[in-house]
Design a protein around this ligand. Structure first.
Ligand code: SGN
Ligand code: CA
Length: 552
């Protein structure tokens, strides 16, 4: 064998050996060196049950599903407090609510807290935010913003901007995406990576779709959840006294879209005290063209209902209200999905998608008739869990499903690490980067912490804190009752039976109570703090001079 042939043979041998060793050794994936752009899309109250990547029993969302198909879908993502502003403050600070101060929609955010966009801005990222933030409308660390004041409205909405207020004609979901795309096209600084928040108001109550979807969705009939007629036996008093039942607590005008005049004709009273106002606030904000489409669809539908109403029993009314609710809620989702499609197409077309992380999530989950409910707040699954889909080309393996318990608390650290920024040591989450890279063995968390506060207040969900593992959920409702609930998540996924007093679970209860108490200590939460927060809340509620009291 001559020299060069020998060399080729040796090289071939080396390649074979190294291929073999690579087959057995797990190669740890690393972060790419180039800093990525990040687009954080969040909708308000978007239940995972209404995303076909999770389940298509209610609606198909082909565009949102693209993110899952091209990236990762988390099936056990959850929040630490299932309500809007607290969840958003947790996302921005990477801290639990008792630390950042926004424990409910009422208490103020502690403005001295650092938010992750501030750190990104300091590190050279261009930052922008469009849509719903829900608190502190001059967000820290954001170069350019157009934000709905408070909850904002669906038609012809007002926005707070860097240069004052503007009113924009059209439908809110389309407008927020117009703003997002316009910024990408015209105001992006090509020399900087960007952090862009595109945050939809939809499908928040009172669930008003775009006029182009009125007809299609009001004709649809949706499958009912198995627990629509839940009687709350087998649960504690919190489920029984909550005011979120479709039959009992939904507004007729605001929610079910009955014309106020029709309510008067049928002798239906405004039980909530803001039902008619809610209808006027949204439907009253339509322009003549939008209103004409509304009347042409909702008019005949409600006339038809008016004829049936006197002969309907409670079961029929519940079924009707559920369909009405789903028609409007899912009509809103249709627009959200179309607009996600617009963004993905734009990124594809411009090639920007190559180095851009796209996140799709919600500020919490939502009840779509499960347990007879709408709204959120409880630690029970439909509101505790939230959708989370992330796409990152060349980093996340397309079509990955992950079942770990990840939380909104983790988002700040994840995004900072992706951007090569070291997170401050007082953030309380864990970076999801190992899971995004597929280094799943590095993930060690086995339980998450939850704490809901806003009570007494709208929907009357009692204060509770909880520990949640893959197998169990242990919750303590501590005001104005003292009740514990335990659910076996594997054997009772619908959470119909509180097994706290079942002797078969006695050991589980002891173990989880201990773990929960350690967890509270670890995160700096305590009964003393609970009492302090409660005291302040009750004082504010009883003081007519303090504006921050929840009105309903
Ligand atoms: C409003 C809604 C409630 C909802 C809260 C909080 N009522 O008060 O149903 O729970 O917002 O929602 S409404 O009749 O005014 O729509 S959150 O998403 O902002 O937390
Ligand atoms: Ca919300």
């Amino acid at each position: 064998m001559n020299k060069s042939l020998k060399l080729v043979a040796v090289l071939l041998l080396m390649v074979t050996v190294s291929c073999k060793t690579q087959g057995v050794k797990t190669v740890k994936k690393e972060l790419p060196t180039q800093r990525p752009n990040i687009i954080f899309m969040m909708s308000d109250d978007h239940a995972y049950q209404a995303i076909s990547a999770y389940s298509d029993h209610l609606i198909k969302t082909p565009n949102i599903d693209r993110i899952a198909n091209e990236g990762i879908k988390f099936t056990n993502a959850c929040v630490s407090n299932s309500i809007c502003a607290p969840s958003r403050a947790t996302i921005l600070t990477g801290k639990h609510c008792h630390i950042h101060g926004k424990v409910d929609n009422v208490f103020p955010f502690d403005e001295s807290q650092t938010t992750f966009p501030q750190l990104m801005q300091e590190a050279g990222y261009q930052t922008a935010m469009f849509g719903k933030l829900h608190f502190g409308n001059n967000p820290k660390g954001i170069d350019e913003f157009k934000i709905l004041p408070g909850q904002g409205r669906y038609y012809n909405p007002i926005f707070d901007t860097n240069d004052g207020q503007i009113t924009v004609e059209g439908y809110v979901t389309d407008i927020i995406m117009d703003m997002t795309l316009e910024w990408l096209e015209n105001r992006r600084d090509e020399n900087k990576p960007f952090m862009l928040f595109s945050m939809q108001k939809a499908p928040h109550r009172e669930w008003l779709p775009a006029p182009r979807h009125f007809k299609e969705f009001t004709k649809k009939t949706f499958v009912e959840p198995e627990t629509l007629f839940d009687d709350y036996e087998g649960r504690g008093s919190a489920a029984k006294t909550a005011e979120m039942n479709l039959l009992e607590h939904m507004n007729w005008a605001g929610d079910s879209k009955m014309y106020p005049e029709m309510m008067a004709e049928l002798g239906i009273k405004d039980k909530s005290g803001w039902d008619v106002e809610a209808f006027d606030r949204e439907v009253g904000a339509m322009n003549a063209e939008q209103r004409a489409v509304w009347d042409s669809v909702y008019g005949p539908m409600m006339e038809d209902f008016k004829k049936q109403y006197p002969n309907m029993n409670d079961t029929e009314l519940m079924k009707w209200r559920y369909q009405r609710y789903m028609q409007d809620y899912l009509g809103c989702i249709a627009s959200v999905d179309e607009n996600v499609g617009r963004l993905l197409d734009y990124l594809d077309k411009t090639g920007l998608d190559d180095n851009t992380i796209i996140v799709y999530t919600s500020d919490q989950g939502f009840y779509l008739g499960e347990h007879g409910w709408f709204d959120k707040r409880f630690v029970y699954d439909e509101s505790f869990k939230t959708p989370l889909l992330i796409k990152w080309p060349n980093v996340i393996t397309p079509g990955t499903t992950n079942t770990e318990m990840v939380q909104n608390l983790d988002f700040a650290q994840t995004i900072l690490e992706a951007a090569h920024i070291v997170p401050p040591s007082d953030m309380q989450g864990e970076s999801l980067i190992p899971l995004l890279l597929g280094n799943n063995k590095e993930w060690t968390r086995d339980a998450v912490y939850y704490h809901y506060y806003e009570y007494p207040g709208i929907h009357m969900v009692k204060r509770h804190y909880a520990i949640i593992t893959q197998e169990y959920k242990l919750a303590h409702f501590y005001y104005d009752v003292d009740e514990w609930e335990l659910y076996d998540r594997k054997n009772d996924p619908q959470e119909m039976k509180n097994v706290i007093n079942d002797p078969a679970y006695a050991n589980v209860v002891v173990k989880l109570k201990k773990q929960l108490s350690e967890m509270r200590k670890h995160y700096g939460d305590s009964s003393e703090l609970d009492q302090e927060i409660l005291k302040k809340y009750l004082e504010a509620k009883n003081n007519p001079d303090i504006e921050t009291v929840p009105l309903h």
